[in-house]
Design a binder for this molecule. Structure first.
Ligand code: PBG
Length: 323
């Protein structure tokens, strides 16, 4: 008790603060999202996400090289296809935008780990994550298409697949399809705990995937639910997920912590687009210090229990960590 106990003794200067620090960030924690589009010489700035671009194959290969040089081990790929249709056929086309981008990245930087986001929303003309009939998103027919999409990504050279659709049963379907085709070594990082969040707004501009009608609340989780996160995670673990994602991150640190303590597989947190854009917007106004707020957010996600952080901040944070 005070005056014997004085916690300030261990905060007196930077040396002792460094010695008692409980959490450290490393460039190895980060996965950087990239948006692939068709063509050459295309680098479209995404207005709501400063520093992020839709990039054609040649440009994305250059970005991949830069990320590798910053010692960030992995990227996660999203695609903006040339054509969209109700079945999202671009998602599982061997010559689709993500499939070609994977090859371009692997040709340029073979050691960069390439993860692909597996979902239909970027490829469907209605912008929904699955097959739509009478205004409803059908689960089981969608799962079949997701398994085809995952297989085509892996055939193109993806190192890991990350289903983000939140259909029931898709992890086991993808696992089965990959195994039947000899890809039993390819891990699945499932978006196991994904909330129906307003924080995805800027991403939908980036990926051109805003739903034409309705929302994603019949498959993504209700932000009010905590116990349900453990149920969703348990199902995906049982179905064979190797890594589980909690998404978004910042408003869901309790969920990251719960999932981390309940399962013995790695947990990734997705520090989503809205979380990134808010920091940029406030920093542009001079209301907050961009670098300090960014690093504080990232350390909080790690402290909550994330083993990996999917983040648009990866490049800027890596530059700071390398100083
Ligand atoms: C695809 C997908 C989304 C995000 C990642 N994968 C959008 C959504 O579910 O609407 C969001 C990522 C972000 O906001 O940074 N379904």
């Amino acid at each position: 008790m005070f005056p014997i106990t004085r916690p300030r003794r261990l905060r007196g200067d930077e040396v002792i603060r460094r010695m008692v620090r409980e959490t450290a960030l490393s460039t190895s924690d980060f996965i950087y999202p990239l948006f692939a589009t068709y063509g050459t010489g295309v680098k479209n700035a995404i207005g709501s996400m400063p520093g992020c671009y839709q990039e054609s194959y040649d440009e994305i290969a250059k970005s991949a090289k830069m990320i590798y040089e910053l010692d960030v081990p992995a990227v996660i790929l999203f695609g903006i296809p040339e054509h969209k249709d109700p079945e999202g056929s671009g998602a599982y086309d061997a010559e689709g935008v993500v499939q070609v981008a994977i090859k371009a990245i692997k040709d340029a930087v073979p050691d960069l780990y390439v993860i692909t986001d597996v979902c239909l929303c970027e490829y469907t003309s209605h912008g929904h994550c699955g097959v739509v009939e009478n205004g409803r998103i059908l689960n089981d027919p969608t799962v079949e298409l997701l398994a085809r999409e995952a297989l085509s990504h892996v055939e193109a050279g993806a190192d890991m697949v990350a289903p983000s659709d939140m259909m029931d049963g898709r992890v086991s379907a993808i696992r089965e399809t990959l195994d039947e085709n000899g890809f039993n070594d390819i891990p699945i990082m499932s978006y196991a705990v994904k909330y129906a969040s307003a924080f995805y707004g800027p991403f939908r501009e980036a990926a051109e995937s805003t739903p034409e009608f309705g929302d994603r609340k019949t498959h993504q989780m209700d932000p009010a639910n905590r116990r349900e996160a453990l149920k969703e995670a348990a199902l995906d673990v049982d179905e064979g997920a190797d890594v589980i994602i909690v998404k978004p991150a910042l408003s869901y640190l309790d969920i990251i912590s719960d999932v981390k303590h309940s399962f013995d597989i790695p947990v990734a947190a997705y520090n989503v687009s809205g979380e990134y854009s808010m920091v940029h917007a406030a920093a542009q106004k001079g209301w907050i210090d961009y670098e300090r707020v960014m690093m504080e957010i990232l350390i909080s996600i790690k402290r909550a229990g994330a083993d990996m952080i999917i983040t648009y901040f990866a490049k800027d944070a890596a530059r700071i960590l390398q100083r």
